[in-house]
Design a binder for this molecule. Sequence first.
Ligand code: WT7
Length: 633
Amino acid sequence: MKKISTYQEYQDIYQKSIEHPELFWAEIAESFTWTKKWDKVLDWEFATPDVKWFVGGKLNITENCIDRHIETKGDQVALIWEPNDEKEPVKSYTYRQLLTQVSKFANVLKKMGVQKGDRVCIYLPMIPELAFATLACARIGAVHSIIFAGFSASSIRDRVEDAQAKFIITSDGMFRGSKNLNLKSIVDEAIADIAAVAHVLVINRTHEEIAWNKERDLKFDDLVKDVDDFCEAETMDSEDILFILYTSGSTGKPKGVVHTCGGYMVYAAYTFLQVFQYETGEIHWCTADIGWVTGHSYILYGPLANGATTLMFEGIPTYPDVDRFWKVCEKHRVNIFYTAPTAIRSLMAYGEEPVNRFDLSSIKKLGSVGEPINEEAYHWFDTHVGKGKCPIVDTWWQTETGGILITTLAGVTESKPSYAGYPMPGVKPCLVSPEGQPIEGNDKEGYLCIEFPWPSILRSTYGDHERCRINYFSTYPNRYFTGDGVYRDEIGRYRIIGRVDDVINVSGHRFGTAEIENAIGEDEAVIESAVVGFPHDIKGQGIYAFVILEPHHQANEETKKSIIQTITRVIGPIAKPDKLQFVPGLPKTRSGKIMRRILRKIAEGDTSNLGDISTLIDPSIVEIIKEDAKKIN
Ligand code: WT7
């Protein structure tokens, strides 16, 4: 793969990629190792949808991420691991060592009975074994479904059941800042009633006491003792499933986004190289958790497919001190630093002194992902972390897109604060009006759709293809609908405005308002609730819950606490509302629909003009909610 090096070249390549997408992607795919070359580059239609890339091709993504680098980079470090506790030693693995670790792990999985096509849920902290486990699944053709280790037992249960997983990989516990969480007990609770789970593989991390089910639980340390240190890579079809990753939408339970082997590999690798302009020897640090798609694509697959050195960090930005990110950058001489606006904003609050304690001269490129980056955070990042000399890429994409779709290319195309930038080659964005009218031309605002497949577009939602069609391909026929609103400026740059559906983005984590409402509804004190997002200084958006209580329950702190506990139990601590207001009723129309527009305004604290409320059954309720909201903080 050749790097794009000028704006002119970007424009030429973009043009070519749109005119001849198959030729364009075939040329890129040529640079990978295929067991058998594809027969056809692309087969697609968005009606079903049915998208296939590199049709008939055979490959294994781990051969591309590991084996093929051994000859030239066998002794180069592939993975650096920085522990939560800085006193614990750093671990690092060369490509050769990575092959051994992944092979051994793959052989453990085989010994446990995992076969090609089986789904394996992984619930682990950010330890090297998380990387090995993920790649080991890919090595033997098992489908990994990683569950972020902040989700509750009940969320795990939903995902394990939906994926019909027979195997789970977890650890005794995890270290996170000063906390020590017992993951195994959460898994035990999650799968207590799921007979289909044959085995739980347990990795030792915290060495604490854990409950043990003799028939079901297996110790990784026992199984790994006598396995071979090489595992042949399973030959996979381009369109075999590589992984499932659950994400929230505007309706119902989280859905399992399906990505397949060939297209995902090509796109993750291509975008990593182009966006970050990776140069041999550079150290890349993406601060995401591998439990999110960002970690899948830009800690693991993208960097490794390029033979890069990738860093994974177990801890949090504020432990043991608020300077930890900068300390790690100095310690490992990080060259590319890719993080989230929410992290920048939270660290900004401590001023620049903690940043200035360290030598950040190694940093050459900066990246942002997950939510719009506001100008203040952008400038702080630029000035204090990048010292005014590093390009910043603001990368827009989604779990469903598998890789970055709209961005600038570091140092190649010019960035502008709060603008994601330009479409990647091969990506054809289009704007539509809410009614579906295409909006041509520049200096326009609209709903963002994509009108041609790129290699890592989601293929399905696991177990329910119809849901995939309805969610992404039916609102605007023949287009993939992103759910985001966007502005295209005079020269064709994109500025992402935010979600236009009932999805809220809290610190770069996605929640459906319905999902949180369902969780609140599980509390016995609650009759009904409505959840909306509101602007939050650090998190981007905060969660605001309006709750109607059962008559005999008191609207007090205790009830509030119990409801928050229920949400933590059902989804996880990451979904805790920032504000919770008890209300006597909700603003509903005669057809029973909650007028969220009004609640959003109230949550924003902007009640000067609530618009027409005459269609409400009981307009007086608005006044009460509005007045009570002033007392909520
Ligand atoms: C939603 C996708 C894959 C990235 C991690 C989050 C928002 C993401 C940006 C950005 C503005 C962004 C969008 C998108 N988003 N990146 N650079 N600028 N908004 O993945 O959980 O699938 O969420 O995050 O609203 O639709 P996700």
